[in-house]
Design a protein around this ligand. Structure first.
Ligand code: AHR
Length: 494
């Protein structure tokens, strides 16, 4: 029997809702088809946005949406995506399948999407192939309320009042697709571009995000931090879980054995070590902790589904992905003192999506259900928690990771939310939970569980879902429960 302790009196940090953020790029069928179908589509839409997708994202509690990329951001010229649609410039999306981008989804459409979802905004600017002037004018176009050429242009295009830009990313993956730069060079460029990301609106103080490292590249973090210091509110780490040993053989999203499952989970767990190390480097350079960590791309990355465009990064999603999502979100919660935002890649039809679409059909993936389950943590206070656990070990693949991982938070009414994942493919575990200094009135719980391969598809769209969990016994100060293998359970304790 494993011991699980929750101490609601040990208040650690506020869990920024933006940790539950998402990322949507002009890539494959994420924006076009997945989110935006245009006003004339037969698919029910409001101003071109699919009603089914927007409603599902609202219900899931999507707090902030990053756009327009990714690698696409450093080739995106925002002026091509404003004004009458018939005269918008067409371009080739060189990164993602070489298809024609007609720019029918641009700045106005992005803000309309965020309005419909009810979420905050995170725009990624172009440092790789864009000018300082172009970036400066985009910020002016979006946020200035006074008399200026860009504010005038926005008004001419039908939007009188400025929008609110919560976060602005100065470049993306500048170490790779965003310009192949060295960190020293990018750090200098950041300072230059960022100077012109003006706070045009006193009520809209933009939080600036510098391009951060690729996985465990600590040298990048150190060098960029040295230059950036107080001039950024966040530095953005990218970490993907790729089960295969090479990018050419990443592994299938649906056909895998337990060995590969364990390898995936072990690789997903690595994000915690990487987060800790980057924070240590950041704190060394800047002990005042002016700059926080953002993880604006994370998730599983497999080979594309057979028969689909390799440049579209379309992959299925199984209970394995649900476990990756749950363990990662628990890790983010545990580091919510320094992580202010995270964005899973990507919202619809690309990589670890929460939604997949096929024409007018839509399915919610196991990852969707985990996000919906965890949404109660948003803006709560992280509290002390600890669970004993054995490790899952595979000598063959050298994978080793904890079987159980949890986090717990408390809302302003004193209700405790605990999310727990059993990452084992086959082993159930008994736990005994004790909540310090609390007389418990009631406990409700829900679970998502199944075989590691279980998924939803367009034939059986509701196969994996959350259901009520009753396999626990309440006591005055806690509960005992048997947690099935490959499962995520949420306990709501009052
Ligand atoms: O999410 C897909 C791509 O992965 C993004 O465009 C890029 O930033 C990263 O390499």
């Amino acid at each position: 029997m494993e011991k699980y302790l929750i101490n609601p009196n040990q208040k650690i940090s506020k869990i920024n809702k933006d940790i539950y953020g998402h990322f949507s790029e002009h890539l494959g069928r994420c924006i076009y088809d997945g989110i935006y179908v245009g006003e004339n589509s037969k698919i029910p839409n409001v101003n071109g946005m699919r009603c089914d997708v927007v409603n599902a994202l609202k219900e899931m509690g999507l707090p902030v949406l990053r756009w327009p990329g990714g690698c696409f951001a450093d080739e995106y010229h925002w002026k091509d995506g404003i004004g009458p649609k018939e005269s918008r410039k067409k371009m080739v999306n060189t990164h993602w399948g070489g298809i024609v981008e007609d720019n029918s989804f641009g700045t106005h459409e992005y803000f309309e999407l965020c309005r419909q979802i009810g979420c905050d905004t995170y725009i990624n600017g172009n440092v790789g192939s864009g000018s300082v002037q172009e970036m400066n004018e985009w910020v002016e176009y979006m946020t200035f309320d006074g008399v200026s050429p860009m504010a005038q242009l926005r008004k001419q295009n039908g939007h009188e009042k400025p929008w609110n830009v919560k976060y602005f990313g100065v470049g993306n993956e500048s170490w790779g697709c965003g310009g192949n730069m060295d960190p020293e060079y990018y750090g200098c460029l950041y300072k230059r571009y960022n100077t012109y990301v003006r706070d045009y609106n006193p009520e809209n103080k933009i939080q600036r995000i510098a391009c951060g490292p690729n996985g465990d590249d600590y040298h990048w973090t150190e060098q960029v931090m040295t230059k950036v210091k107080h001039k950024a509110q966040g530095i953005a780490l990218h970490y993907y879980t790729v089960p295969g040993d090479t990018w050419a053989h990443k592994g299938s999203a649906t056909v895998f054995d337990v060995k590969e499952y364990n390898k995936t989970i072990a690789k997903a767990y690595r994000i915690e070590e990487i987060i800790k190390n980057h924070l240590a480097v950041m704190d060394c350079v800047n002990p005042q902790k002016w700059v926080n960590l953002v993880v604006d791309e994370w998730g599983t990355w497999y080979d594309v589904e057979p028969g689909t465009n390799p440049g579209f990064l379309y992959q299925q999603n199984t209970m394995r992905d649900a476990i990756v999502a749950a363990l990662t979100l628990n890790i983010f919660n545990k580091h919510s003192d320094r992580i202010i935002m995270a964005n899973i890649a990507q919202t619809v039809n690309v990589l670890q999506s929460v939604i997949l679409t096929d024409g007018d059909k839509m399915i919610l993936t196991p990852t969707y259900h985990v996000f919906k389950m965890f949404k109660d943590h948003q803006e709560n206070t992280l509290v002390g928690s600890y669970i004993t656990t054995s490790d899952i070990e595979s000598r063959e693949t050298k994978a080793k990771f904890p079987q159980l991982i949890e986090s717990a938070s408390v809302d302003e009414n004193g209700v405790i939310y605990s999310t727990l994942a059993n990452t084992s493919a086959s082993k159930a575990t008994k736990i005994k939970c004790q909540v310090a200094d609390t007389k418990i009135k009631s406990i409700k719980a829900e679970i998502i569980t199944g075989d590691i391969h279980d998924k939803n598809d367009f034939v059986n769209s509701d196969f994996v879902k959350t259901v009520e969990f009753t396999n626990f016994k309440k006591s005055s100060d806690g509960f005992t429960a048997t947690i099935p293998p490959c499962s995520v359970v949420k306990f709501v304790i009052e």
